[in-house]
Design a protein around this ligand. Structure first.
Ligand code: ADP
Length: 643
């Protein structure tokens, strides 16, 4: 060892994950090879692309390949590539930490994952990549040199929480990962990763489509002449067919092959819910192979969550996470697009303006949406899985993709007052609309339970009108953009005026309303004055049947929930005053009216009642009064007088 060998600790989450791997009873230990080969293949892709962009770069790209090397005596398996390699800093940051987004989420789940089954699932979901080697090895060595630089780095760990890094003078370009394999029962070829047979099988199964040759030296025995000793010769064989999966006709590719390819490109361990193949001919030639995953990745809602499509040009990898190929709201779609006529030398910036990519993006979007739509009608179980994982992301499209808005509205499903268990689609809602109902009503909030108890819903319940219960944060946003569906306006139950009466009912109620207006008029203007810091108007309600009061936002006003979201993201939002609506039939409101009419000089108790009324209206919608301590004090005083 040279002097600069450094011993470092894995970052806490990485250590926990490693621990999981080492003690894992994960049934599919073979997967480690797929992970190593995937990483090697990515490294070769990156090198070739860099070299194409930078013709003067002094690197050797003449024979890019992956190599498996076995030492049966030492029980080691080495996976070597002559790709891009890593610098010492990169080794530390990429291998020593979980540098990717979603780590916080992983940390939480790791704490929750009590039993081993939960931990196994976690391994599958997070896709542990390089660390999976510790399922089969008790020591792992990595030797790497970044292409175009001198000097390499050796990294060694037994997975016990620390690793060493050391600079070495001489290392071949690229990366070699050597596994010191755990002992196996003799004769157990099934799990012996030094067995030629086993390695061949695994490469065929997991990595056949890798576009780089995966080579191995194999021994060939030929019987010796005249009964003499067998002749042993060593030759190098390529184990994979290297056929790009997306370029093969769909009926020639097995489901297994698609699944493995999905795992390779997505670095995920779940199964795809749907495989989509596409071919564009004519002006814009391209082939695409897309997957809809069955599990949302950890970082789906992370600000820098990556999109999932890789761009190839005539089989040559150009870039992963190609933003231009798919809108943000479909960022969970994984896959490959291979275009014919994009220039390979084009920079990332120019890619953004590429007309061909824009056209492809439009078609991919339509295709993905129509696939989800068919899934919805033909495979409802899969659709439900899909929606539970990705629904909240898809809804982002309602704001950003006006062209596909109608299709998007049709594939969305929502909780509603119609059923406790099942979600509803908008067409189903419209189908159930009551005679005389001309709007689609919805409520937004934090949970179904809270919404169901909200005073805003009372009139709708009484009338038997269905209300959509929208509880994703994104619902606050898109409902401000989408005006209608199928010609029916979308209306928040907490906004504007609500009048569910038919024309006849209106006539019948007219006299009563006028009477109420006369009766309560003074109280309303007095309250408006007393509560002027909080509300801009006080009026009688047609939406309340049980509660005394509720708060309403103007039709185009910002709801408190939305204001909170904006503030949380650092934006300044003016405090919009709302409207206080009173239920003229409620004993509290009636009593207040009486007390107001008979009030004397000192109206302090009455003012306090007004404050309490306003505070309870906030509480009823799940909010808290502006000054909770004062509210609690007022309430306690009041209660003290009634016990
Ligand atoms: P993932 O591949 O899912 O990102 P890994 O833990 O497998 O996670 O690898 C972490 C990172 O280390 C990779 O994203 C890559 O940047 C780098 N890396 C891993 N293996 C290699 C390799 N053979 N050559 C170059 N870089 C590599």
């Amino acid at each position: 060892m040279t002097a600069d060998v450094e011993q470092l600790e894995f970052q806490a989450e990485a250590r926990q994950l490693l621990d999981l791997m080492i003690h894992s009873v994960y049934s599919n230990k073979d997967a480690f090879l797929r992970e190593l080969i995937s990483n090697a293949s990515d490294a070769l892709d990156k090198l070739r692309f860099e070299a194409l962009q930078n013709k003067d770069w002094d690197v050797d790209t003449s024979d890019l390949h992956i190599e498996l090397e076995v030492d049966k005596q030492a029980r080691t398996l080495t996976v070597r590539d002559n790709g891009i390699g890593m610098t010492r800093d990169e080794v530390v940051s990429l291998i020593g930490t979980l540098a990717r987004s979603g780590t916080a989420e992983l940390r939480r789940k790791l704490q929750e994952a009590k039993d081993s089954a939960a931990a196994e699932e976690l391994i599958g979901q997070f896709g542990v990549g390089f660390y999976s080697t510790f399922m089969v090895a008790d020591k792992v060595e990595l030797l790497t040199r970044k292409a175009g630089t001198r000097g390499g780095t050796r990294w060694v760990s037994t997975g016990d929480g620390t690793y060493t890094v050391e600079s070495v003078d001489d290392a071949p370009q690229g990366t070699a990962v050597t596994l010191h394999l755990k002992p196996v029962d003799t004769d157990d070829d099934l799990h012996d990763y030094t067995s030629e047979w086993k390695l061949r099988e695994l490469v065929k199964k997991y990595s056949d489509f890798i576009s780089w040759p995966i080579r191995m030296q194999v021994e060939r025995r030929t019987p010796g002449k005249d009964g003499g000793e067998d002749q042993v010769t060593v030759e190098t064989q390529t184990l994979n067919s290297m056929k790009a999966l997306w370029a093969r006709p769909k009926d020639e590719v097995s489901e297994e092959e698609y699944k493995e390819f999905y795992k390779h490109i997505s670095h995920a361990w779940d199964e795809p819910l749907e495989v989509i193949t596409m071919k564009g001919e004519g002006t814009f030639e391209y082939q695409a192979l897309l997957f809809i995953p069955s599990h949302a990745p950890f970082d789906l809602f992370h600000r820098d969550a990556k999109t999932g499509l890789a761009l190839y040009v005539k089989r040559v990898f150009v870039t992963g996470d190609c933003e231009q190929l798919i809108p943000r709201y479909l960022r969970f779609v994984k896959g490959v697009v291979d275009a014919e006529d994009v220039s390979l030398n084009v920079s990332r910036e120019l890619l953004q303006q590429d007309r061909q990519l824009t056209a492809i993006r439009r078609r991919l979007t339509k295709k993905v949406l129509s696939t989800i739509k068919s899934m919805q009608s033909e495979r409802p179980d899969d659709y439900r899985t899909f929606w539970s994982q990705f629904g909240a992301v898809v809804k982002e499209g309602l704001m950003s993709d006006a062209d596909n808005r109608d299709t998007l509205l049709r594939i969305c499903s929502f909780a509603s007052t119609h059923s406790d268990e099942q979600l509803t689609t908008l067409p189903e809602y419209v189908e159930r609309m009551k005679e005389g109902q001309d709007k689609i009503y919805f409520a937004t909030g934090q949970s179904r339970e809270q919404l169901l108890k909200s005073p805003h819903l009372e009139a709708f319940k009484a009338k038997g009108y269905e209300v959509l219960l929208l509880t994703d944060p994104v619902d606050e946003l898109w409902t401000g953009t989408v005006i209608d569906f199928d010609g029916k306006p979308l209306q928040s139950v907490a906004k504007g005026e609500v009048d569910l009466d038919t024309e006849e009912e209106k006539k019948a109620h007219e006299a009563e309303r006028e009477e109420q207006q006369r009766e309560f008029g003074d109280l309303l203007s007095w309250l408006k004055d007393v509560l002027s810091d909080h509300v801009k108007e006080v009026r009688l309600s047609t939406r309340l049947t049980e509660s005394p009061a509720c708060l309403i936002t103007d039709n185009f006003g910002i709801t408190p929930a939305l204001a909170r979201m904006y503030r949380a993201s650092g934006q300044v939002v003016p405090v919009g005053k709302r409207i206080l609506e009173l239920n003229p039939k409620h004993p509290l409101v009636k009593g207040l009216q009486q007390a107001h009419a008979n009030r004397g000089e000192d109206d302090t108790p009455l003012r306090e009642t007004a404050e309490l009324l306003y505070g309870t209206a906030l509480l009823a919608e799940g909010d808290i009064p502006e000054d909770p301590a004062r509210f609690a004090g007022l309430l306690a005083d009041r209660l003290a007088r009634t016990v």
